[in-house]
Design a protein around this ligand. Structure first.
Ligand code: GDD
Ligand code: MN
Length: 405
């Protein structure tokens, strides 16, 4: 399809006549204007603004959002990158269909992946504009704010502009009291990890200058939903930040993906920012659950010996198997919430966990006995055995039991 000049969105494009007939097949920078490209007879402007849109099951919202973006962003050279996690409702196909009509729209489809934060990160990495915005696909964020965000970043000394529900003029629309309380609580908690003066650190609607993102990208936790908070907590120097009010709208199509899992991932993001530089959060959880397993073990051992009256060997065996089983399920729910095994996979995982932990126990006893023979300080030998055993259990089960698919 050949686009005529009239269809081009940018004023710069209007400087040129309709595309000439000797259109070139290879992209060539226009001699008249260094930022315009001629591709197969189409004049294209390299975008100044990339709008990244994470999607999961948002098919019906895609054309609506694109139409609204084209309207509000007229006059700005923009592009939109939808990052879709292989939505079963066919969102990616809807984006590609739109993209055939409007090449400013692109689809980045990820297969076998989930995660709002990682989707935003990869969308931003796939772009090269100096300004990048993130907006939800479900029309709950007010896209009419985008031109002001863009203008603010270009003309005022700010690095990030945030669409805020919690500054005067903004609001949470029709949220019920419990969601309002949860949001207020999460906002207070987030202060633990960011010193930035910000009323709405949980916002998922913002625009930033590329270098701000590049300065933080390697330190991001990339856990869960809160990409803005992650960027704020990962930046070396606090970004200069401005909040613009908007009213969080009600979702018309599709449903929210906010659930217990998102709340848990938020806790993991906080934990990673607080202790992640000392010990990986996953290992800390694994060790904590392992410690809890010792109590389970002793409880079952006591019951089996004192209440049921089993032999010591039988009681100890029962206690060991019970503790390993409880540990497996706790780790499956919490430590590996993002790779949770279900059905047959869970059973297979449990068996592999038994085998790995048995070898871990053997390593534990072997190391401890060796050290005790060497220097006879019982507690040093004991702790060394535990450390080696748990590191073994953690490392090997992360590879074999909960391998990332
Ligand atoms: N690619 C991808 N992968 N996208 C996802 C995923 C995922 O796993 N989960 C959710 N999304 C997309 C949704 O399709 C939607 O476009 C956007 O991320 C937000 O998801 P919702 O489920 O609608 O979240 P919400 O309405 O509860 O919360 C949103 O608004 C808050 C207020 O601004 C989020 O954006 C929050 O981050 C934000 O704070
Ligand atoms: Mn939403």
């Amino acid at each position: 399809m050949i686009r005529t000049n009239r269809e081009l969105s940018t004023p710069r494009a209007a400087l040129f006549g309709a595309c000439d007939a000797q259109a070139l097949d290879n992209p060539v920078r226009s001699g008249h204007h260094p930022r315009l490209f001629r591709v197969k007879g189409i004049l294209l402007d390299a975008p100044d603004l990339t709008v990244v849109v994470p999607t999961f099951n948002e098919r019906e919202n895609v054309p609506l959002l694109i139409e609204r973006l084209s309207n509000v962003l007229a006059g700005i050279a923009w592009e939109a990158i939808f990052v879709d996690d292989d939505s079963p409702d066919g969102t990616a196909a809807a984006v590609r269909e739109a993209s055939r009509r409007d090449p400013r729209v692109r689809c980045l489809q990820r297969i076998g992946r989930r995660g709002l934060s990682t989707a935003c990160i990869e969308g931003i990495l796939a772009s090269s504009s100096p300004y990048v915005a993130v907006i939800d696909a479900d029309l709950q964020h007010d896209e009419a704010l985008l031109p002001r965000m863009f203008q603010t970043l270009r003309e005022e000394p700010y690095d990030i502009v945030v669409g805020s529900r919690y500054v005067s003029g903004g609001g949470v629309g029709e949220w019920d009291a419990s969601r309002q309380r949860a949001s207020a609580f999460a906002t207070r908690l987030s202060r633990l990890i960011t010193k930035a003066e910000i009323a709405d650190p949980m916002s998922g609607f913002f625009m930033l200058k590329r270098p701000v993102f590049e300065g933080a990208v390697r330190k991001l936790s990339a856990q869960g939903f809160k990409i803005l908070l992650d960027i704020l907590a990962s930046s070396e120097t606090p970004p200069r930040l401005k909040e613009l009010p908007y009213d969080f709208r009600v979702r018309q199509f599709g449903e929210s993906k906010l659930d217990m899992m998102v709340a848990w991932e938020f806790a993991m993001l906080l934990a990673d920012k607080l202790i992640g530089h000392i010990v990986p959060v996953r290992f800390a959880l694994f060790a904590l659950i392992g410690g809890f397993g010792v109590f389970i073990h002793m409880g079952v051992l006591w019951t089996a010996l004192q209440v049921i009256g089993l032999s010591f060997l039988a009681a100890q065996t029962t206690a060991t198997i019970t503790a390993m089983t409880v540990n497996f399920f706790l780790n499956n729910v919490f430590t590996y919430a993002d790779r949770r095994l279900k059905g047959w996979r869970a059973l297979r995982g449990l068996v592999s966990f038994y085998v790995i932990c048995s070898l871990g126990a053997a390593a534990n006893i072997g190391i401890a006995a060796y050290l005790f023979n060497q220097q006879e300080v019982w507690w040093v030998a004991g702790i060394a055995g535990i450390v080696v055993g748990s590191v073994w259990n953690y490392a090997v089960s992360s590879i074999f039991t909960w391998k990332s698919r």
